[in-house]
Design a protein around this ligand. Structure first.
Ligand SMILES: Cc1cc2nc3c(=O)[nH]c(=O)nc-3n(C[C@H](O)[C@H](O)[C@H](O)COP(=O)(O)OP(=O)(O)OC[C@H]3O[C@@H](n4cnc5c(N)ncnc54)[C@H](O)[C@@H]3O)c2cc1C
Length: 510
């Protein structure tokens, strides 16, 4: 039977990303109808404002212009994550930091790591990326004449999550003719073979579809509640399980930093995400290591705001993922599929990638569905397992031991055998592309290099011959001059975004 009616349950960013990806692939077939079902009574999560560069490709493929994204969503550019205080203050000083940039730490494309290992004092590792000074000097990664979706260095966006939802929804409805209804699914009705037959709504209506996408958030309506697909919990390795989220206004002329700031504290870390109109901030902590009161105190201290004047939104976080992303005629995406705390903005990343994968792999007929479930399930499991490795890496190689939380995450927590093997191997050799044979390791060489050497990982320095040594030294020196020059030639991000807004206001027909 031909797949004609597709239901997406959930009108959060996962649901609308899915609607756009499916729209791109399927909307040319007039027989196919995509419906997004959203409950008026169940709110969206309301956070998720930092992204990775894949979002640029996706937004562009949906037909959304970069200017619309920037202006509609109060968006800013993100070139990196700045990790502050993830190392011991005794050894690395108060306010120590490093960057994980979206550009490789390879000066002018050269791998100078073997030389750098024996000469760490010559350049602070994060400076090997061309984005270092752009980040430190709050510059825009784009010139005013840069083509849409292209910059002088690689970048993603920070955006207002709610405004991004409305942009995606408007695009899906207008461009791909996606049907949008407000109903609360009361019951998921199954067929005898365990596939989904239809939905009973609170309104008393009943509707059937051929294919179902569960984007119902942490409720996990189809995969959790109905199909009871096992949840692979990771709370034993990722100890942070709670977040307090708070939006704070910014002055219209305040500098906008082009990175997500991740500042470690006694029992977790804080996120700080700049938009053009406000900052989105959050206090992430392990509830086994810090009380809610102490978390609130820490958050209030970070902002310099009295506790009584703060009313953050408390969000419990469960780390892990559903054992399968695809079961019979259903897939799950977004929080309904899995989640790890937002240290590397992995949630929209995994959702975006998997929504694209499913849209591209969705077969024409229901009889063919079983052929696609297995490979997609295997790939998604791989993606999640490696994402968890990468998040855990930030904690387990820190030299902080100042609180029980840091002693636990560095000394008392298990890690996957692969991460253990890799960390052992990297004591004796630099991470290389060959260490990451799978295309589905979302984070590979460059990311691992940025994090492990940002945190001064003790890889044994190999002996480097004079020719390679002199060449590497010269490349690092040239790179430092050029990356400063590049940053110096770019506008402050605030100015760039303000000029864009003014230009559009003047030139766009009303
Ligand atoms: C603390 C925190 C910080 C985060 N930060 C980041 C970040 O910086 N970067 C990043 O990439 N991601 C981040 N995320 C994840 C990100 O917020 C989500 O991936 C993203 O918002 C997508 O959520 P969702 O659409 O899956 O779920 P939701 O936004 O929760 O949407 C669920 C939808 O399902 C609907 N629904 C539920 N039940 C029913 C029902 N019975 N009938 C009909 N409709 C129903 C609801 O109405 C809603 O529309 C963060 C998450 C948390 C918890």
């Amino acid at each position: 039977m031909k797949i004609k009616r597709i239901a997406i349950v959930g009108g959060g960013n996962a649901g609308w990303l899915a609607a756009n990806h499916l729209g791109v692939e399927l909307s040319r077939d007039p027989e196919i109808e995509i419906t997004v079902i959203e409950s008026k009574d169940i709110p969206v999560i309301g956070v998720g404002e930092a992204t990775v560069p894949l979002i640029r490709t996706s937004v562009q493929s949906f037909g959304i212009s970069e200017v619309d994204l920037l202006l509609h969503c109060d968006a800013t550019f993100k070139t990196a994550i700045k990790f502050a205080n993830w190392m011991s203050t005794e050894k690395y000083g108060k306010d120590n930091f490093y960057y994980h940039t979206f550009d490789a730490p390879f000066p002018n494309g050269y791998d100078v790591n073997n030389y750098w290992l024996g000469n760490r004092e010559e350049a602070y590792y994060s400076k090997l990326s061309p984005a270092y000074y752009i980040a430190e000097w709050n510059r825009s990664p784009k010139r005013t004449d840069s083509p849409p979706f292209k910059g002088m260095v690689n970048y993603a966006y920070h955006f207002d999550a709610a405004k991004f939802t409305t942009l995606l929804a408007a695009n899906a409805k207008k461009r791909f003719n996606v049907r949008h209804i407000y109903e609360t699914v009361k019951e998921v009705i199954l067929q005898d073979d365990g596939s989904v037959k239809g939905f009973e709504y609170d309104s008393g209506e009943y509707e059937e579809f051929d294919f179902y996408v569960d984007c119902s958030g942490f409720a996990s309506l189809i995969f959790g509640k109905t199909l009871k697909v096992p949840f692979v919990s990771k709370n034993d390795i990722i100890l942070t399980d709670t977040a307090l989220a708070l939006q704070v206004p910014t002055a219209p002329d305040e500098d906008i930093f082009p990175y997500t700031k991740a500042t470690a504290h006694e029992a977790g870390w804080l996120w700080d995400i700049p938009l053009t109109t406000r900052r989105g901030t959050g206090f992430v902590y392990s509830s086994n290591h810090m009380s809610d009161d102490d978390a609130l105190k820490g958050f209030s201290k970070y902002h310099g705001i009295d506790i009584e004047k703060m009313n953050p939104h408390k969000i419990p976080m469960r780390a892990g993922y559903r054992e399968k992303i695809w079961v019979k005629n259903c897939v799950s995406l977004g929080l309904a599929n899995g989640f790890v705390e937002p240290l590397e903005s992995t949630s929209l990343f995994v959702t975006d990638f998997c929504a694209g994968m499913i849209a591209k792999k969705l077969p024409l007929n229901t009889e063919e569905l079983h052929l696609f479930a297995k490979p997609c399930n295997e790939i998604t499991t791989h993606i999640w397992e490696r994402v968890f490795d990468f998040i855990q890496l930030h904690y387990c190689i820190s030299d902080r031991r100042d609180t029980q939380f840091w002693r636990d995450v560095t000394e008392n927590v298990e890690m996957s055998s692969l991460l253990k093997e890799r960390l052992e191997m990297w004591k004796y050799s630099v991470p290389q592309r060959v260490d990451f044979p799978s295309t589905f390791d979302f984070f590979h060489t460059e990311s691992y290099l940025s994090v492990i050497y940002g945190m001064d990982y003790p890889t044994r320095a190999p002996s480097v011959n004079d020719m390679v040594g002199n060449f590497s030294k010269q490349k690092i020196a040239e790179h430092l001059v050029n990356s400063k020059k590049l940053a110096d030639s770019l506008m402050p991000q605030r100015k760039w975004l303000t000029e864009l807004k003014e230009y559009v206001a003047k030139n766009r027909p009303s």
